[in-house]
Design a protein around this ligand. Structure first.
Ligand SMILES: [Zn+2]
Ligand SMILES: [Zn+2]
Length: 386
């Protein structure tokens, strides 16, 4: 570590770490890497636990939206993973916003801080995304997308990408804050949810399920969740859905939503399914002047009923990541125990077993929803508590 970096004997830092790197398509290699050194406005985080995200699987098997050294992420000695939590163990020069020993969870995008969108607070839409390598360095960071991520033991984080968490929140729960933060950002882009407004969430994946929880915590009424799997819809009910619709059993989902919203349709739709018919259905479910947030990667391109959108003054928003400090606001709701995010955590693995954890998440083995990996520090803490 450099002299300007502050460390503590309470948290000794080893000379190197075990880290997973992305090899060929779908290939993860366990290797040894140096411990990164925090610069100005950065800290070193000891990673205690990390959740697998659908986007990790996208990156590992397809590449985008990861962008490493101006190109794809494969075979670049690069570490994926972005939904982690841990402990601050070293401070970069001048950092006094955090102390060594702080428990934190992370969000992804630091942004470059110098482009138009960053200056507007839209750091997840940074115009210099991925520009952080030699000869083209604007300082952008998105750990697990454009810089090294969290499937390892130590990572450097910009101080603006962290949220302090209390000891009341478990490591597992803390890894889910960023997912709830994405849902929160969706509602923020829709104009901020007003208590009493009706919300439909389509697709009970992690963002959809926590989208239900966040909507309910913000006072939305009614909250309606649609999907195809009864076990997930049941979790949605526990997280606060007033009504669930299994689209396999319901002949006309749009009619059902209208029936549940006094005949006029919902004020907001948070689309988390990525299904081919999802946007058009959302357009028919939402009321005139209503708003749709698209939060899922689609599986294919589809024709869109533009006439319906124009004639009814419907607003469409695409969101990337968890902007506008959504993660901090979601963490606040979780600290208040306004919902139990751990209902979506289904499986836990040791960090050494990453390929198996990815397989569970990807193939939804044993109905896996959120799969969490833990490093020894987290397992030791757990053993001490038991
Ligand atoms: Zn994610
Ligand atoms: Zn920027």
């Amino acid at each position: 570590m450099l002299e300007t970096v502050t460390t503590s004997p309470d948290f000794p830092i080893p000379d190197s770490q075990k880290a997973w790197v992305l090899g060929d398509v779908g290939e993860l290699i366990h290797t040894e890497k140096p411990i990164p050194v925090p610069d100005k406005a950065e800290v070193l985080v000891r990673i205690d636990a990390i959740a697998v995200c659908g986007t990790d699987i996208e990156v590992i098997y397809h590449g985008p939206p990861a962008l490493i050294h101006g190109g794809g992420p494969h075979n670049k000695n690069w570490t994926p993973g972005h939904e982690y939590m841990g402990t601050v163990v070293a401070l970069g020069p001048g950092v006094d916003e955090y102390a060594i020993g702080d428990r934190i969870t992370v969000e992804i995008h630091a942004g470059c801080g110098r482009c138009k969108r960053c200056r507007e607070g839209m750091y997840t839409s940074c115009h210099n995304y991925g520009k952080n390598y030699q000869g083209n360095d604007k300082g952008h960071r998105a750990n697990g997308f454009t810089t090294d991520g969290g499937f390892c033991e130590y990572a450097v984080n910009n101080i603006n990408t962290m949220v302090k968490i209390s000891n009341h929140m478990s490591d597992e729960e803390a890894t889910l804050v960023v997912t709830a933060g994405t849902s929160m950002y969706g509602y923020t882009e829709l104009g901020g949810l007003v208590a009493g407004d009706s919300v439909v969430v389509t697709g009970p994946g992690p963002i959809g399920l926590l989208g239900v929880a966040v909507a309910k915590a913000l006072g939305a009424s009614p909250v309606i969740l649609s999907g195809t799997r009864d076990n997930r819809l049941k979790i949605g009910t526990k997280l606060g859905a007033d009504h669930v619709i299994n689209v396999r059993n319901e002949e006309d989902v749009v009619a059902k939503v209208k029936e549940l919203t006094n005949g006029i349709g919902a004020d907001f739709v948070l689309e988390c399914s990525g299904a081919p018919n999802a946007l058009n259905e959302a357009g028919y479910m939402v009321n005139r002047g209503g708003k749709i947030c698209l939060a899922a990667f689609p599986s294919e391109q589809v024709p869109v009923d533009v006439m319906n959108i124009v004639a009814n003054n419907i607003y469409l928003y695409g969101i990337r990541g968890e902007g506008q400090s959504g993660t901090k606001r979601a963490a606040a709701l979780m600290e208040m125990k306004r919902f139990d995010a751990t209902l979506i955590h289904t499986h836990t693995f040791h960090m050494d077993d990453l390929p198996e954890a990815i397989r569970y998440a990807k193939d939804r083995i044993e109905d896996a929803i959120k799969v969490v990996l833990k490093n020894d520090a987290s397992l030791a803490k757990q053993a001490a508590a038991e």
